[in-house]
Design a protein around this ligand. Sequence first.
Ligand code: GDP
Ligand code: MG
Length: 164
Amino acid sequence: MANIVAIVGRPNVGKSTLFNRLIERRQAIMDNESGVTRDRHYGYSEWNGKSFTVIDTGGYVEGSDDIFEGAIRTQVKEALQEANVILFMVDCITGLHGLDQDFANVVREVGKPVIIVANKADNTEKSYAANEFYALGLTDSIYAVSSVSGSGTGDLLDETVSHF
Ligand code: GDP
Ligand code: MG
């Protein structure tokens, strides 16, 4: 069975930055029903000898007023359906945002293993801000990372592949 990790969260939290850091190469995946190749958001990765696919989400529609409409909604739902593990990303610099709650509700409904990734924890002070996201009531632990520097991503990957 394939190991699939989906990265979801509101725009600009750093999903694509983490995706690009995690993947070794992009993966062309053929959609059986439409015959369309969906390669832009799929990547291949390995950690602790376990290989997995990473799906980035949310990149199609810029400037959309309602992020749960149209292409993004479909893309996020498809990714959540495919995933074995969900990385739910939030932003330590911005802090808790209304849209984080909306995403948390969607993720909760899926009922799959979820890991909260508190991104932009670029230094110790910012990583303290990660605690704010316990208020989402989604998980018992939160992984503070900086996708730009890579700090914290080792622990995050240890936890992620422990589900495979
Ligand atoms: P996405 O919309 O969730 O895919 O977010 P992007 O990956 O496009 O990143 C949005 C912005 O956040 C970009 O300007 C990134 O450079 C910035 N960003 C991403 N990760 C980090 C981080 O760890 N620290 C800081 N300070 N900025 C980050
Ligand atoms: Mg993106």
